[in-house]
Design a protein around this ligand. Sequence first.
Ligand code: 13P
Length: 249
Amino acid sequence: MSKYLIAGNWKMNTNLDEAKKITDSLHSFIGFDSEVEMLICPPFTHLVFLSEIIDLSRISLGAQNVHYEEKGAFTGEISNEMLLSVGCEYVIIGHSERRTLFGETDEMVNKKVMNSLKTGLRVILCIGETLEERESDNTNSVLETQLNKALLGVDTTINLKIAYEPVWAIGTGRTASVEQISETHGFISNYLNNRFGTNTIKKLYGGSMNSENAKEILSIPNVNGDLIGGASLKPENFISIYNSALELC
Ligand code: 13P
C-alpha cells in the first residue's frame, strides 16, 4: 500500500482539450512510485477519454460524485457500475459543495458510501466543519456526527479513505493551521480506530493546499495525503505537491 495519496478534485473545470493537456503534463513529470499514489478526479464527461490515454499504473482515475442506485429512471445520474466500466477506481463522496449546493444529506452520503464500497470502488468520504461550527468549539462533534451517519452499517474499510476538508478552508486561500490539522486528524484517527479497530484507513487533508504548504501539512502525523482543488488544475503545482510527498517517504 502506498504511503501517501495525492488526489486532485478538478470540480467543474476544464474542457476536454484542457483536461488532455493537464494529463499529458502530469505524465511527463511523474514516474511510477509505489510510495505515493497520484489520483485525478476530472468531470464525468472526460472520464472515458482520459481512461484511454492515462497510464493507469501511474495515475489513478476517480469521479467526483455517484448515484446510489444501480440503474433505472434517474435522469442525469451516474452509477457505480458506469464508473467502474470506464476505468474509474475512486469516487469522492459527500464533498461539502455537494452537501451545501445540491442538498446532499448524511443519509444520501451513507447510501452512496455503502453502494460504492459494495461495488468495489474506492471511496473518499469528505467531512468538515463550517467556520461557525469551529468557532463555537463544535468541530469534533460535527465530524463525529458526519462519520456516524455516513458510515452507518459500513463494515469493510479496505477501500475507505476519509478527507478532512474544513469548509472555511476550501477555495479561500485560508489553510487550517498545523495545530488544527494535527488535532483534527488525531480525532478522526481515534474515531476510526475505535469504530473499526484499524489504523490503516488513509486520512487526507483538503482546503487551499498548494506547493508552499504541502510538505508541512503532509508531515503532520495521521495525514496520509491531500485532496486538492484549485492547485490540481496547474500541473506544475500538483507535481510539486506530489514531489513533497515523495521527499517525505
Ligand atoms: P481547494 O484546494 O481549491 O481549496 O479545494 C479543496 C477541495 O475542495 C478539494 O476537494
